[in-house]
Design a protein around this ligand. Structure first.
Ligand SMILES: [Zn+2]
Ligand SMILES: [Zn+2]
Length: 158
């Protein structure tokens, strides 16, 4: 943890308040699909709608649980691929090696399109972290924030 915090300075967590009112309805999920030119299917819309209920990335297993019996894993993977191919969602691995999914854009996302993630090794919560300034990287190096997950301990677990 020390070394992570040594490299990263000036972190401002933006722990978005529980998502307020955006993209709650299925109709808005449908609009997103239309905007992207994806055929509107019930499965695609319900995945988007489930993701939009959270302000932090969802564990793949949690997402599947939330979707219930109606969608098997193969269908879910196919839907996720479709949504990722038009940049509606981001799929990435957490510091725990598990697969996470988050809504990448659309009205529900207050996120900047590109941001880092921080996973607490105690509570496993995955936070979206914006406005991070990184010092100590050699000249010419940069962080590809879309794929970067920092590991450490969150303020709830300290
Ligand atoms: Zn924690
Ligand atoms: Zn995020």
């Amino acid at each position: 943890m020390e070394n992570v915090w040594g490299v990263v300075s000036n972190i401002f967590f933006n722990l978005h308040n529980k998502i307020t009112g955006v993209l709650k309805g299925m109709s808005l999920a449908i609009n997103l699909l239309k905007e992207k030119g994806l055929k509107v299917t019930e499965q695609r819309a319900s995945v988007l709608q489930k993701l939009s209920q959270h302000s932090h990335p969802q564990l793949l297993n949690e997402l599947q649980e939330a979707l219930g019996q109606g969608m098997n894993r193969i269908t879910l993977y196919r839907v996720l691929n479709d949504l990722e191919s038009v940049s509606l969602i981001k799929i990435f691995f957490g510091a725990d090696g598990q697969k996470y999914i988050e809504l990448k854009q659309g009205q529900s996302s207050n996120h900047k399109l590109s941001h880092l993630h921080f996973q607490c090794s105690e509570c496993q919560h995955l936070y979206c972290v914006e406005n991070v300034e990184v010092f100590g990287l050699p000249e010419g190096f940069s962080i590809k924030s879309d794929k970067t997950v920092l590991a450490g301990m969150c303020n709830n677990c300290q």
